[in-house]
Design a protein around this ligand. Structure first.
Ligand code: NAP
Length: 247
């Protein structure tokens, strides 16, 4: 009897990861979710019938424990990550840069390395890395985040070359502005400042991006979506955003 496909989603306690976990569970996947806020994760897992495991992608030991509890994986969504601050390079805070590299690049490296054996053993593995338009654009004040997402893009493309001929696909989803907890985290919990990011425009929702991930994972195994860029209609580049002034 064939088993349900298993999806692992990192950073699933909020935003895009949570929406993805919900959508994949509704599409028939057995879902395993990881993040640091275990209470939230456990609540989501109860609602979707999945498993919640503590995961801090910046900590090698935590990733090892996480992977050791996952015997089989067909789909890995490397979504955990984010930005801290909007400092110029002149004013850069090294600790924030360090965290952005740890969460967005080293974390993906660790989780991917740890779960590659299971993905290969599945005979039809798929890795979807949640990058960003910051992976190929730059903007003032975005140096740490854009450098990290550029790094993730290089990691994704290198891995695709290294895995050629083995039964694992690798995709990069690059969202533009999406309203999640992303900007609240970026601005240290300042929700007024976070809200201004989306003033007068209609951002993507976490669900829009979860739908893109569900679609990528629904394609037959000979089809690999190399990179998918999804922006709101109101956004042309990181800085070119159409905003309607309040009437
Ligand atoms: P979010 O709501 O802040 O979600 C971020 C998730 O990552 C949370 O579940 C958080 O969980 C988890 N996370 C953060 N650090 C972690 C760590 N060290 N270990 C494990 N999990 C960690 O923001 P989001 O927008 O959904 O972000 C998801 C991904 O989309 C990120 O990679 C982000 O860079 C990317 N992205 C977002 C946007 C946007 O506009 N929102 C645009 C482009 C790309 P815990 O805090 O519980 O650990």
């Amino acid at each position: 009897m064939s088993r349900a496909r298993v999806a692992v989603v990192t950073g699933a306690s909020s935003g895009i990861g949570e929406a993805t976990a919900r959508k994949l569970a509704a599409s028939g996947f057995d879902v395993i979710i990881g993040a640091r806020r275990l209470n939230r994760l456990q609540q989501i897992a109860r609602e979707i019938g999945g498993r919640a495991l503590f995961l801090d992608v910046t900590d090698r030991k935590s990733v090892e424990l996480f992977a050791a509890d996952i015997p089989a994986v067909d789909l890995l969504v490397n979504n955990a990550g984010g930005a801290l601050g909007a400092d110029t390079i002149e004013e850069a805070d090294e600790a924030r840069w360090e965290w952005m590299f740890q969460a967005n690049v080293m974390g993906v490296l660790r989780v991917t390395k740890a779960l590659l054996p299971q993905l290969e053993a599945s005979g039809d593995g798929l890795i979807i890395n949640v990058g960003s338009i910051a992976g190929f654009e730059t903007y003032p004040g975005g140096g740490g985040y854009t450098a990290a997402k550029h790094g993730l893009r290089a990691l994704t493309q290198t891995l695709r070359q290294e895995l050629l001929g083995r039964p694992i696909r690798i995709s990069e989803l690059c969202p533009g502005l999406a309203e999640t907890e992303f900007s609240i985290v970026r601005f240290d919990g300042d929700s007024d400042r976070a809200r201004k990011v989306y003033d007068g425009m209609t951002p993507l929702t976490a669900d829009d991006l979860a739908e893109a991930i569900r679609w990528i994972a629904s394609l037959p195994s000979h089809v690999n979506i190399d990179q998918m860029v999804v922006r709101p209609r109101d956004q042309a580049t990181a800085l070119q955003v159409h905003r309607t002034p309040p009437s």
